[in-house]
Design a binder for this molecule. Structure first.
Ligand code: BGC
Length: 480
């Protein structure tokens, strides 16, 4: 059966309400992408309004990342305690208020404070989006639905590029950056109102002593046959466990999954994607492209990022998570080696610009079919139910921390070591990431969240704890 047949069958078999829900919840991703992306363009004008030093410019840019660390750290636990739905609604209110706050800021310190607050909502959004989606999705389309979040992140980044273009430098007599930052209130309102009308995650309900309500929700999302089995599975896992806490993350059988989540978080960022996504215009201008060509090139990067994420959605539940990750990181490494090398070859001056542009676009394409979507999906799949939110939160904190470190150091490393060496360092990180993924990252395609969890537990009991290994293929999983 080819992918389209599968999707068509899946659509026949599954209630369309699931797709609507996943799309609305994925607005978390849109806000994440928009809010991290919008500042690169807005900064050009904020600089002028407030006469900013380099330090204050860095503070404006990175405050959102610091806030996101706080949001990811607290958000996982809050999602486990109060529910996925409530946290999403609170997050959307914070997004809404902070967007208006930023737009009205009368000095740079107010702006930084609102960006920090906005960052907390970005941190919440980075966890609760895929968590919520993975818990409402039937297992055979969980990968594709989970990727909606990443798709919306990429659309959010594109929307940010477009907003920067439309509102610059002034619009209706008001300086453009106020529109750019304030525009985030629109998707925030859509998310809040949409989720208000949606049910809570059935898995969270069962885990929090509301099985009847969970049944009612699942009956709106599943066919009759699927329903009984799934409720039974969730209940068995949930009864065996009590609500977890941060301390439970130290348990031996959770540790391998925790390490995989944290390592993937780092790999996703230290392989340099955001230095391309956010500095693409600067890099292109530096290579002699005109302003217009640089903007067009950047939008091209954004479009490729979105389109290849759609390809990943079509493949996620067909080829599996591991092949996507391995092909993705392998391709990124090759592109980074070429990118770095082009700066050392003499006599290529005019050609270098083009080699750089093409390898940058291909590098983003490989990120978009692998590390981009698969990272956020896997960290919503590999943890036990009672600590899923908390554990996902911990992995996300490391993602935001690594993002922050790369943002702070990228330009100064380029200044000190040059572009060629910098890209080769990123290539080395990517190759190490490839090896780690090959050795350690589990395949989760086509298995229910409860089966993945049972497998982890069995492995710990029969000695997996001593090897610290997760199953990496279906054969591993099926072995008695
Ligand atoms: C990453 C972001 C990145 C985006 C690019 C996400 O998965 O977490 O840091 O900006 O992908 O599409």
């Amino acid at each position: 059966m080819n992918t389209l047949d599968r999707l068509a069958n899946a659509e026949r078999a599954h209630n369309p309400f699931i797709y609507v829900m996943a799309m609305i919840v994925a607005f978390n991703g849109l806000l994440f992408g928009f809010d991290t992306g919008v500042v690169s363009g807005a900064l050009l004008y904020i600089r002028g309004s407030f006469h900013l030093s380099t330090l204050l410019q860095e503070a404006v840019v990175s405050s959102v990342l610091v806030g996101a660390m706080v949001g990811a750290f607290t958000g996982g636990n809050l999602a486990d305690r109060f529910g996925r739905r409530r946290l999403t609604i609170v997050g959307s209110i914070v997004f809404f208020v902070a967007s208006i706050g930023m737009a009205l800021a009368t000095n740079v310190y107010m702006l930084i404070a609102w960006r920090l607050i906005e960052g907390v909502a970005v941190g919440f959004a980075s966890i609760v989006g895929t968590l919520y989606i993975s818990e409402i999705a039937p297992s055979d389309i969980r990968g594709s639905l989970g990727f909606f979040q990443q798709l919306m992140i990429t659309i959010g980044i594109l929307l940010a590029y477009v907003t920067n273009y439309v509102f610059a430098p002034t619009f209706l007599g008001i300086v453009g950056w106020r529109w750019m930052l304030g525009f985030g209130a629109v998707p925030a309102a859509i998310l809040g109102i949409g989720v208000y009308f949606m049910p809570e995650s059935p898995r969270w309900l069962i885990n929090n002593g509301q099985p009847e309500k969970a049944k009612e929700v699942l009956s709106r999302l599943r066919s009759h046959d699927e329903l009984a089995d799934e409720i039974e599975q969730i209940r068995t896992v949930s009864e065996a466990e009590q609500q977890g806490s941060l301390a439970d993350l130290r348990e031996a059988w959770v540790r391998p999954a925790l390490i995989v989540g944290i390592a993937l978080a780092f790999i996703q960022q230290i392989t340099g994607v955001n230095s391309v996504i956010y500095y693409a215009p600067t890099v292109l201008q530096g290579l002699g492209f005109s302003n217009v060509a640089s903007i067009a090139g950047t939008v091209g990067v954004g479009i490729v990022n979105t389109v290849l994420t759609v390809v990943a959605i079509l493949l996620a539940d067909r080829v599996g998570r591991r092949p996507l990750l391995l092909v993705g990181t392998g391709g990124m490494a090759v592109m980074l080696v070429i990118l770095g090398g082009s700066f050392f070859v003499p006599g290529l001056a005019g050609v270098i610009g083009w080699i750089t542009l093409v390898s940058m676009i291909l590098y983003v394409a490989f990120f978009a079919i692998g590390l981009g979507p698969v990272y956020w999906l896997l960290i919503a799949e590999i943890y036990p139910l009672r600590i899923r939110g908390t554990a996902e939160g911990v992995a996300s904190v490391f993602n935001w921390l690594a993002n922050f470190l790369v943002a702070l150091t990228f330009l100064s490393v380029v200044d000190t070591l040059g572009k060629g060496i910098t890209f080769w360092i990123l290539a080395a990180f990517t190759i190490l990431g490839f090896i780690f993924i090959y050795e350690q990252v589990p395949e989760t395609m086509g298995r229910s969240l409860e089966e993945i969890e049972a497998e982890l537990q069995d492995r710990a009991l029969v000695g997996g704890e001593t090897t610290g290994e997760l199953p990496t293929s279906r054969d591993d999983v099926d072995r008695p």
